[in-house]
Design a protein around this ligand. Structure first.
Ligand SMILES: NC(=O)c1ccc[n+]([C@@H]2O[C@H](COP(=O)([O-])OP(=O)(O)OC[C@H]3O[C@@H](n4cnc5c(N)ncnc54)[C@H](OP(=O)(O)O)[C@@H]3O)[C@@H](O)[C@H]2O)c1
Length: 376
């Protein structure tokens, strides 16, 4: 296993981290196959993975408990655990206290090494600041109940920059992969955070698994290279190739995936990707764009919508569902529902202002009801 510094903390973490959001299940999402999940996590820990990421809500609240069990028997001393405060359920500092207490109990530990504000967005950031959540977290850190303070993020680069600038964060966790370079915080966010000394932890490196199953036109691109490139390994290497990336979290669902991704992490290196492979990734990126049903380039000329709809984000989610299908349907629906109601496609009143601005001449008012229908 290779290790990298987590930004200015200097802490050495394994290049691959274990994401405990997609553990093997027995039917229902909340019913984790405990023995398989614990076996997979311990296998990864034995191979040098020293970071596991969970959250209050994963697997209907059971992920933290199973991670706690996996860390028993001497693993807790070797592995850092990260979990998150569910901001959408926080209305007071008493709520913070209650969640942290419950999480320490579930994880069967007296401290959480990396504590994140879960899913910081424009709509909750101001509220968290006025409640004094960060001051509360600092007290918990001083008391040794949490180690390092960070946040996970799902909003635009502009909001990301504001959040990074508002506090002396130690690390952040971002959705990032080669088809999301200009999505959410994107490449600009990764560079901005790293430039300010934050450790950058990547989530959804395979876009929730969708990059592992490319549609036929993209598969053709991968097959055209010699020696052949594996889409999963290449997507992960593309991230590790970047000096800004501290750790890549993978939500692995089988032991075979754990084995493969550990082997990938063993081959990684900053700046080590061959130009020929980088070129294939760029071709795949372009093909994903081409396959998207709405020719939106996210230029933002249509914004601001006088009625508040976030047009580029709605189009991007719709495109992703069409191109990737499979896992991405649920993923994109969740992201759509995470948008404030007024920003969703369903808030369009067909005024047509945006259509005069769109350089791609997209019939925005015709498309937004389709988007709203797809995510109903
Ligand atoms: N804070 C937040 O808001 C937030 C949001 C999302 C994620 N996260 C964290 O970040 C972690 C990583 O994100 P993610 O789970 O979305 O990661 P991901 O790597 O984008 O997707 C995981 C899925 O990729 C597939 N996969 C993984 N390794 C593979 C391999 N070697 N070959 C083929 N398929 C493979 C599996 O899909 P199949 O099961 O279909 O095979 C797996 O369930 C999560 O587990 C969670 O801890 C946090």
């Amino acid at each position: 296993m290779q290790y990298r510094a987590l930004g200015k903390t200097g802490i050495r973490l394994s290049a691959l981290g274990f994401g405990a959001m997609r553990l093997p299940i027995r039917g229902k999402e909340s019913e984790i196959d405990e023995s398989a999940a614990i076996g997979m996590m311990r296998y990864a820990f034995d191979q040098g993975v020293n970071y596991v990421d969970t959250a209050y809500v994963y697997h209907g609240g059971n992920s933290e408990t199973v991670v706690g069990k996996a860390l028993a028997g001497g693993y807790r001393e070797k592995v850092s655990v990260a979990t998150k405060l569910p901001l959408w359920s926080v209305n007071s500092l008493d709520d913070c206290e209650r969640f942290l207490g419950e999480q320490l109990g579930r994880l069967a530990t007296d401290h959480i090494d990396f504590y994140l504000l879960h899913c910081v967005q424009k709509k909750n950031w101001g509220k968290m600041q006025s409640l004094g959540v960060l001051e509360w977290a600092e007290k918990a850190r001083a008391a040794g109940r949490i180690g390092h303070i960070g946040f996970s993020f799902h909003d635009t680069f502009e909001v990301f920059k504001e959040v990074v600038d508002d506090y002396d964060w130690e690390f952040c966790q971002l959705q990032y992969n080669y088809v999301n370079e200009s999505v959410q915080a994107g490449t600009a966010g990764v560079q901005y955070a790293a430039g300010k000394g934050l450790g950058v932890i990547v989530m959804e490196p395979l876009f929730g698994g969708t990059l592992a199953n490319p549609p036929a036109p993209i598969r053709k691109i991968w097959d055209s290279v010699s020696p052949q490139c594996d889409p999963v390994d290449t997507a992960l290497q593309w991230l590790w190739n970047k000096p800004e990336v501290s750790l890549v979290l993978s939500g692995m669902s089988t032991l075979e995936q754990v084995r493969q991704n550990i082997a990938s992490a063993g081959r990684c290196g900053v700046g080590s990707m061959r130009p020929q492979v980088l070129d294939v990734v760029a071709r795949a990126q372009r093909e994903y764009e081409r396959l998207s049903p709405i020719p939106c380039t996210r230029c933002g000329y249509c914004m601001p919508c006088p009625h508040g709809v976030d047009i580029p984000v709605n189009f991007e989610l719709y495109n992703n569902v069409s191109v990737f299908q499979g896992n991405s349907v649920g993923l994109c629906r969740n992201l759509y529902m995470m948008l404030p109601e007024g920003q969703r496609a369903s808030a369009c009143i067909d005024c047509g202002t945006c259509e005069e601005q769109c350089p791609q001449h997209i019939m925005v008012s015709d498309m937004l009801p389709k988007v709203a229908g797809a995510f109903k």
